[in-house]
Design a protein around this ligand. Structure first.
Ligand code: FPP
Length: 258
């Protein structure tokens, strides 16, 4: 966290590694960054040090995805269930998010990253919300990678919110119930207007979706690695992308579409 993206983002873009097909990269990668606590415990450090190291891993991953031409990265930073963690850890995470944003905003602007925060943001501390608003607004007309940070996010909550918004439109006569189709539903999600993730990467070996992007991951390829999130590096990302490119995506049909 002490090093800003300004230093993490090298002026030269990292070239696409040999073996990766630029035509078959995922347009959108989703990330469940698990294992920060275990990483810290293995080193005899407090859990929160794992989160600090996790931020470095996220910066690294964002930079690589941007350099390699991936259009969007969505990271699960804080779930609606994470409030159940010890109070000091929650406070640490909120302060960490705020500091990261303050430190990295200039670099995000310069690197053309479009950052957005998806989730129930009203419940976040006001100073963090202010930082989020500023970062969102200052990067909104950028043209590079879309970077979605899911914060106080829950997939079921997002679906309920979409259903309620549609119901309100029907109740007010703006919308016919029969006009509600997949497209209308997706337009009420927090990811409206963005392509669905093609690939979900989950670190630290757990084989769960954990209430993440329940609608959007319908056809995503799932990639689970034993690597703990703070150790996730270029080699680990490359491995995930190579495996993705080796899969045959059928979207429920019989033909290989990629
Ligand atoms: C889970 O590890 C990971 C998190 C709670 C994510 C923390 C968030 C970041 C590293 C990035 C924040 C970035 C921005 C841009 C604001 P865990 O604590 O569940 O690990 P464990 O399963 O080993 O206990």
């Amino acid at each position: 966290m002490s090093r800003a993206l300004a230093t993490a983002f090298s002026p030269q873009r990292r070239p696409l590694p040999a073996g990766l097909d630029p035509e078959r990269l995922p347009a959108h990668v989703a990330l469940i960054m698990d294992g920060n606590g275990r990483w810290a415990r293995q080193r005899g450090l407090p859990r929160v040090m794992g989160h600090r190291a996790g931020v470095e891993a996220l910066k690294r991953t964002l930079r690589l995805c941007s350099d390699w031409g991936i259009g969007a990265l969505t990271a699960y930073a804080f779930s609606t269930e994470n409030w159940a963690r010890p109070g000091e850890e929650v406070t640490f995470l909120m302060t960490l998010f705020e500091r990261v944003l303050a430190l990295e905003l200039e670099a995000l602007e310069r690197e053309q990253v479009r950052i957005r925060f998806l989730g129930d943001l009203e419940q976040l501390p006001p100073s963090l919300r202010q930082q989020i608003d500023e970062a969102t607004q200052r990067t909104s007309s950028n043209t590079g990678i879309r970077f979605n940070v899911c914060t106080n996010y829950g997939g079921r909550r997002e679906l309920v919110r979409a259903a309620r918004r549609l119901a309100e439109q029907v109740a007010s006569g703006q919308l016919e119930a029969a006009a509600i189709d997949e497209e209308a539903f997706a337009a009420e999600l927090l990811t409206a207007g963005q392509v669905d993730p093609d690939l979900l990467i989950r670190t630290s070996g757990e084989q769960r979706i954990s209430n993440f992007l329940l609608w959007q991951l319908a056809y995503a390829e799932l990639y689970i690695t034993e690597v703990l999130w703070p150790d996730f590096d270029e080699e680990a990302l490359l491995k995930a992308l190579l495996e993705y490119q080796g899969r045959h995506r059928r979207f429920g049909g019989v033909q290989t579409s990629r």
